[in-house]
Design a binder for this molecule. Structure first.
Ligand code: PLP
Length: 389
């Protein structure tokens, strides 16, 4: 497999050379003053990307899943009621984690391809006059289905019900790629990972914490040690870690946030939207359906495409990898074999996207999909050509 080809999986994403170099560091004493010159800009950069001035940011040496665990174990107690929606593999796994922590889950199961059911959330919150619900979970971008949910609308529903629960948002595949506003949306726990919008290798989970969430941490009785936010916040404040940090990755994160902010977050989001539109234009030209059921909930970081009846999407993904050395995302969980996913987040240009569209097209024609070679590429070319610059 060529290591020159970009990947089109929705994480880990392509790593720009400048970030690979930033991560490649000699050993550095993390208890020396030099470490703070890496840690400080990383934390400050993440705060800007999360759009929080009031919240704290903590960075764990773990993948994004560790961020979920930190968020719930620091703020909840066994038996606490949690509102969640099961709309794809990632939201499902987060629910599973909550169940294993002994939380009392109220789960709305929606069609995979649908967004977080804000109306159902609003009803549940209004009905909960005793305020037994302590946590409201939203998967901002469900990576398994390519569906974006409306976090601001969930916040409005919580405020309309006068509900004091904390708002937890999985932004692992949205933060740094699509608009995210921690303070404005009143997000109490925001979770991201290094290997998606931040364009780094996997290895860091990023957690934004509101002051309201911090105030609950002493009463919360779920056990935690490695992921104890209190230890982390105390140590970060004095420029250190409660254990050994991943110094090179933190240096990469400082650089990555600098890159995102230099490009300008609005420009980053516009770039993702335009690249995604090109991919969706190609899908329409192929005559295929997108898993997300409505245009308003289309994700700008990943598109899940339904394979036509009788075709196995997993075979397509394997074929593209084996024959052309290009990786796409397969279907996960309930949609395994039914969808394939084109990841279009992180370090990507329209030109790179065209190579992915062209490869998907070749692989589909190889396997007898009822599509015309060149149709998606031509449609995307036309879209990119007329929207460039
Ligand atoms: C990638 C991802 C995660 C975290 O996965 P890790 O493999 O632990 O980094 C969580 N939620 C969503 C929506 C994701 O896309």
């Amino acid at each position: 497999m060529s290591d020159q080809n970009p990947v089109f999986i929705p994480g880990p994403t392509n790593i720009p050379d400048v970030l690979r170099k930033a991560c490649d560091m000699p050993t550095l004493d993390h208890r020396s003053a030099v470490f703070d010159t890496i840690l400080k800009p990383a934390l400050a950069g993440v705060k800007k990307v999360l759009k929080t001035e009031e919240g704290e940011v903590v960075i764990f040496p773990s993948s994004g899943t560790g961020g979920w665990e930190a968020a719930i174990s620091n703020t909840l107690s066994a038996g606490d009621k949690v509102l969640a929606a099961q709309q794809g593999m990632f939201s499902q796994k987060w629910i599973d984690m909550c169940e294993r922590h002994g939380l009392d889950m109220q789960v709305f199961e929606v069609e995979w391809g649908e967004a977080c059911p804000v109306v159902s959330y609003a009803e549940a919150l209004l009905a909960d006059t005793n305020h037994e619900i302590k946590a409201v979970l939203v998967t901002h971008n469900e990576t398994a289905t390519g569906v974006l949910s409306d976090v601001a609308a969930v916040r409005r529903a919580m405020d309309a019900a006068g509900h004091p629960a904390l708002l937890y948002v999985d932004g692992v595949s949205s933060i740094g790629s699509m608009d995210f506003r921690m303070d404005e949306w009143g997000v109490d726990l925001a979770i991201a990972g290094s290997q998606k919008g931040f364009m780094l290798p996997a290895g860091l989970s990023i957690v934004g914490i509101s002051q309201k969430a911090i105030a609950t941490m002493e009463q919360a009785d779920l056990p935690r040690y490695y992921f104890d936010l209190r230890d982390m916040i105390a140590q970060l404040a004095v420029g250190g870690y409660p254990y050994t940090p991943v110094v090179g990755m933190l240096n990469g994160l400082a650089k990555s946030t600098e890159m995102l902010l230099e490009e300008g977050l609005d420009n980053v989001f516009a770039r993702h939207h335009r690249i995604a539109e090109g991919v969706r234009t190609a899908v329409r030209a192929w005559g295929l359906e997108i898993c997300a059921v409505r245009e308003e909930i289309y994700s700008d970081s990943v598109t899940a495409i339904l394979a036509p009846e009788g075709f196995d999407a997993t075979e397509l993904v394997n074929h593209a990898s084996n024959k052309y050395g290009v990786s796409f995302g397969g279907g996960l969980g309930k949609v395994a074999g039914k969808v394939f996913r084109i990841g279009h987040l992180g370090s990507l240009t329209d030109v790179m996207a065209l190579s992915g569209i062209a490869t998907a097209e070749m692989a589909m024609v190889d396997l007898g999909y009822p599509i015309t070679l060149g149709s998606g590429v031509a449609a995307a070319q036309e879209y990119y050509r007329t929207t460039a610059g």
